[in-house]
Design a protein around this ligand. Structure first.
Ligand SMILES: *[C@@H]1O[C@H](CO)[C@@H](O)[C@H](O)[C@H]1NC(C)=O
Ligand SMILES: *[C@@H]1O[C@H](CO)[C@@H](O)[C@H](O)[C@H]1NC(C)=O
Ligand SMILES: *[C@@H]1O[C@H](CO)[C@@H](O)[C@H](O)[C@H]1NC(C)=O
Ligand SMILES: *[C@@H]1O[C@H](CO)[C@@H](O)[C@H](O)[C@H]1NC(C)=O
Length: 279
């Protein structure tokens, strides 16, 4: 009698545990990691355990044995793969990891753009893509992630402006876009909050075309000496061409007038032409 009841108890325990274990197999987390694995290059083989079968249930109950992945309640809430020599690009399907709070892919060799699709990661608090080779513009849609505390994009090849909308991220406590190729004015809401500097110059340095407080104003950096010389020469050429054209038109008109004016004008022409050889 005791053996069957022990078996029944074991079956009951298994029946209780099974849903917890199955909770790890979230289809959107699986799709998120599979797509990320495919978009990354992994020359150091850091992600050797990221296989199709292990990625099928990235969260084993409450934990994950996948490098870089941390789970909570069967969902991925942290993805942290700094300094693992990763190349390739950032998959837009990272947006499928909808419970993600921390995304750290810093200090790798990632290229390509920051996908605007990341804006659907509404729980995202920490975003660190620093020290890669990411290019293109910073997607303004990232401002939809209203829990963002940390945006660290320093030392990449990002271009274009700093989105004005980032000034509306009230929880932002760390913002670093230094050492990129960003341009344009620094959004006032990022630099000043009630007169006090919100983020100081160290957040913005190393972007040649970025200007405005807390960096120096545009005057003297927007227009280089070469540009001023260029504009001067250009406008000089244009006025030269314009006045030459004006003279040509004027000559044509007077020519036509003299051709239709008759004898008196011809007499004047004759006097002038006779006068010329005297010089
Ligand atoms: C992953 O994201 C894409 C694009 O947002 C969506 O079409 C797809 O249904 C998602 N897949 C899963 C399994 O959630
Ligand atoms: C982002 O990652 C880099 C390198 O991994 C680290 O040095 C830096 O402190 C991180 N940024 C933040 C704000 O934690
Ligand atoms: C920001 O605040 C500083 C110091 O309070 C002030 O000098 C500066 O003009 C302000 N800049 C902007 C763009 O409001
Ligand atoms: C700029 O701010 C950072 C962090 O907010 C701080 O560590 C650093 O000392 C500041 N730099 C200057 C020059 O004030």
């Amino acid at each position: 009698m005791s053996v069957p009841s022990a078996a029944a108890a074991a079956a009951a325990v298994a029946a209780l545990l099974l849903p917890l274990l199955m909770a790890g197999a979230d289809p959107s987390d699986e799709s998120c990691l599979l797509n990320l694995r495919n978009s990354l290059e992994d020359p150091a083989n850091s992600l050797r355990k990221w296989t199709k079968s292990t990625l099928a249930s990235p969260c084993n109950g409450f934990t994950s044995y996948l490098v870089g992945v941390t789970c909570n309640n069967g969902r991925i809430y942290k993805l942290s793969l700094p300094a693992r020599s990763l190349g390739g690009s950032i998959s837009p399907f990272l947006s499928n990891c909808t419970n993600l709070q921390t995304l750290d892919l810093s200090s790798n060799s990632l290229t390509g753009p920051i996908p605007a699709e990341l804006s659907s990661l509404l729980n995202l608090a920490i975003l660190n893509f620093s020290s890669n080779h990411l290019s293109g513009q910073i997607p303004p849609q990232l401002s939809f992630c209203s829990y963002l505390n940390v945006i660290d994009l320093h030392s990449n090849d990002l271009s274009g402006p700093i989105p004005d909308q980032f000034g509306l991220l009230v929880r932002l406590s760390v913002f670093d876009v230094s050492y990129n190729r960003l341009e344009g004015p620094i959004p006032v809401l990022l630099s000043n909050r009630t007169g006090l500097p919100r983020f100081n110059a160290s957040s913005f340095v190393g972007n040649k075309e970025l200007y405005g407080y807390p960096l120096p104003p545009m005057r003297g950096r927007g227009l280089s000496v070469l540009a001023i010389v260029g504009i001067g020469l250009g406008s000089g050429m244009i006025s030269l061409v314009l006045s030459f054209t004006a003279v040509c038109i004027w000559l044509r008109i007077t020519e036509q007038n003299s051709a239709t004016a008759g004898g008196v004008m011809n007499d004047d022409d004759g006097k002038i032409s006779h006068a010329m050889p005297d010089y």
